[in-house]
Design a binder for this molecule. Structure first.
Ligand code: BGC
Length: 255
């Protein structure tokens, strides 16, 4: 599809997370934010109705009509949420697409939050220009992962839940696990290293991109981790989900 040159190439990205719901209009030519970034706390309990209301509130600030991308912190297949480790369990089996479409100002595309972050980092961030298999790992409340091969996303890779030493990896190596279990940065880095080594032994990626909230403080832990695979810190940090959601909306518009 040809873009009309007089119209800005933009989409709205909405990032639904366990702690906050954020949105901004994204300039798809360079990944920059073309509006202010708006954020509200995620409601508790984070039921579909409560989240939908908060999404509508946050989007009402943006003064935008056009394609919209929305992330969710769980598996999203054909618009429907399949898993929801860190959101209200009533999301499971609920259509994110049907819940939000009537409230949003344009055609809606839905996807997993880590998948969105991966798309954004590969297009505009730490993975720009890199070929081959990129594995994005977000270390936050949970562990999110995205597999991107030569720019193409393989959606819903739930590699944050592989078993390491008899435990769900997310329960030991996420950023929230470090806080919850009072781990030193060194102890936690050891768990992240073990986790990444498990991933590289089965996937043999060309690059790891490590994101999530902890990517704002890499000096505390990043150099403590040794992997065979080259690894870089995500550069889009807080905005990766928003930018990736907007990119996904644009990709599906062109299909
Ligand atoms: C979920 C993933 C999500 C990740 C980060 C995990 O608990 O299973 O789907 O990407 O958290 O939010």
């Amino acid at each position: 599809m040809t873009q009309r040159s007089d119209r800005p190439h933009r989409a709205l990205g909405i990032d639904i997370g366990g702690t906050g719901i954020k949105c901004a209009v994204v300039d798809l030519d360079d990944g920059s934010l073309a509006s202010e970034r708006f954020r509200l706390d995620t409601p508790h309990p984070s039921t579909p109705d409560a989240v939908a209301k908060t999404v509508a509130d946050v989007v009402s600030n943006a003064n935008y009509t056009g394609p919209v991308g929305v992330t969710f912190p769980g598996v999203v297949r054909h618009g429907t949420v399949q898993t929801s480790a860190n959101m209200d369990s009533s999301w499971r089996g609920t259509s994110l697409f049907d819940t939000l479409s009537p409230l949003l100002p344009g055609p809606v595309t839905t996807l997993n939050d880590a998948d969105a972050a991966g798309l954004a980092e590969v297009r505009f961030g730490a993975g720009e220009g890199q070929e081959g298999l990129i594995v994005m790992v977000t270390l936050g409340t949970g562990i999110g992962t995205a597999l991107i091969y030569d720019g193409v996303l393989v959606p819903n890779a739930e590699l944050g839940h592989i078993e390491v030493d008899g435990h769900d990896a997310e329960s030991r190596a996420s950023a929230s696990a470090r806080e919850r279990r009072n781990m030193t940065w060194e102890t936690w880095a050891g768990k992240v290293q073990k986790y990444l080594r498990r991933l590289e032994n089965v996937l043999w990626p060309d690059l790891f991109i490590i994101g999530g909230g902890v990517s704002k403080r890499p000096d505390k832990w990043f150099d403590l981790i040794e992997t065979r695979t080259p690894k870089v810190i995500a550069t889009l940090v807080n905005n990766a989900g928003i930018v990736g959601a907007a990119l996904a909306a644009d990709i599906s518009k062109k299909r």
